[in-house]
Design a protein around this ligand. Structure first.
Ligand code: NAD
Length: 289
C-alpha cells in the first residue's frame, strides 16, 4: 500500500521504518533534514513538502507534537491534496476537541479519519510493539487496522471519533497518579525504617501492586529495571507526562468531570518540569521526596 507518513521524530521515525519492513511504499515528510535522512536510510521515499508526499496515497499517517500542528498540516496540506477517499490516521497525542474538529473537516471533504494515539515509548515504536487506541467508525477502524498492524502489539477500537484520545488521556492521567503514589510509598517505607526492596517484595504481591511499582520501579536498584537505574535517563520524559496531564485536565473541563488527583498530579509534574526535570523520566518524582 502507498502510505504517506508525516512527522518522523522519536516515535514516527521507527514507525515509518516498520511500515517499510512490512512491504509498504512509504512517502515520508518532516521539517527536519536529519529526520528525512534517517527515513531514507530506512527505505522511505522522502519529500520536502507535504503535498507531493500525499499524492496518490491510500492512507496518511501523522505523528506530530500537538493538536495545533496536526490541524495546520491536515487542513492546509493534506485535505484536498491527498486523493479523495484516502484514510487519515492521526497517531499524535492531542486534545479530544481538536481530534473531533479535524475529523469533521476531513469528513466533509470526503476523507475517513481515525484518531489513533499510542501507548508505549520510543522502544515500542522502533520494535513495532505499540498499543493503538483507535477512535472512528467500525469501517474506518477496519481500514486503519491494516495500516497499524505492522507497528503494533495491539490495535483496539475505542469507539467513535475522539475516543482514542479519551482513552489515552485517561490512561496517562492514571499512570501519573499511580507513579506518584508508588514514589511516595517507596520513600515512606525507606524513611520509616523498612528496606525498600523488602517493601517491593511485599507490596508487589499485595493490593498495592501496579505497573509503576511492579514493572517500572522508580527507585534505583529496587524491584524491576527502569530508568531509575540509569539516573532517570531515557524512558518517558516528565515534560511529555506534563503535556498529557494538561490534555487530560482540558478534557476533564470539557466533559465536566471531577479529577482532583489528576489536578494534583499535574501540579506536581509542573513543579518538577519548572525546576529543570523535564528531560528526566517521569519516575524521577522519587528524587523530590
Ligand atoms: P518528536 O518531537 O521527537 O517528533 C515530532 C516530529 O514532528 C519532529 O521530527 C518534527 O520535526 C516534526 N514536525 C513538527 N512540525 C511539523 C510539521 N509542521 N510538518 C512536518 N513535521 C513536523 O516527538 P515524538 O516523541 O516523536 O512524539 C510525537 C507524538 O507522539 C506526540 O504527540 C507525543 O505526545 C506522542 N507520544 C510520544 C511518546 C514518546 O515516548 N516520545 C509516547 C507516546 C506518544
Amino acid at each position: 500500500m502507498k502510505i504517506a507518513f508525516i512527522g518522523l521524530g522519536n516515535m514516527g521515525g521507527g514507525m515509518a521504518a516498520n511500515l517499510v519492513k512490512a512491504g509498504h511504499d512509504v512517502h515520508a515528510f518532516d521539517l527536519s533534514a536529519d529526520a528525512l535522512a534517517k527515513a531514507t536510510e530506512h527505505g522511505c521515499a522522502t519529500y520536502t513538502a507535504v503535498a507531493p508526499a500525499v499524492e496518490g496515497v491510500e492512507a496518511v499517517v501523522t505523528m506530530l507534537p500537538n493538536g495545533a500542528i496536526v490541524k495546520a498540516v491536515l487542513t492546509s496540506d493534506v485535505i484536498g491534496k491527498a486523493p479523495a477517499g484516502a484514510l487519515l490516521i492521526d497517531c499524535s497525542t492531542i486534545d479530544v476537541a481538536t481530534a473531533r474538529e479535524i475529523a469533521a473537516l476531513a469528513g466533509s471533504a470526503g476523507y475517513q479519519m481515525v484518531d489513533a494515539p499510542v501507548s508505549g515509548g520510543i522502544a515500542a515504536a522502533n520494535g513495532g510493539t505499540l498499543t493503538f487506541m483507535v477512535g472512528g467508525t467500525a469501517q474506518a477502524f477496519e481500514r486503519a487496522s491494516a495500516v497499524l498492524e505492522p507497528m503494533a502489539k495491539a490495535v483496539i477500537h475505542a469507539g467513535e471519533i475522539g475516543s482514542g484520545q479519551v482513552a489515552k488521556m485517561c490512561n496517562n492521567m492514571l499512570l501519573a497518579i499511580h507513579m506518584i503514589g508508588t514514589c511516595e510509598a517507596l520513600a515512606l517505607a525507606q524513611k520509616a525504617g523498612l528496606d525498600p526492596q523488602t517493601f517491593y517484595e511485599i507490596s508487589s504481591k499485595s493490593t498495592g501492586y501496579c505497573w509503576s511499582l511492579n514493572d517500572y520501579t522508580p527507585a534505583p536498584g529496587i524491584g524491576a529495571a527502569s530508568p531509575a537505574d540509569n539516573g532517570y535517563a531515557g524512558g518517558f520524559a516528565s515534560a511529555l507526562m506534563l503535556k498529557d496531564l494538561r490534555l487530560a485536565m482540558a478534557g476533564a473541563v470539557d466533559a465536566g468531570a471531577m479529577v482532583p488527583m489528576g489536578e494534583h498530579a499535574t501540579e506536581i509534574y509542573e513543579a518538577f518540569v519548572n525546576s529543570g526535570g523535564g528531560g528526566k523520566d517521569f519516575g524521577a518524582i522519587f528524587t523530590t521526596l
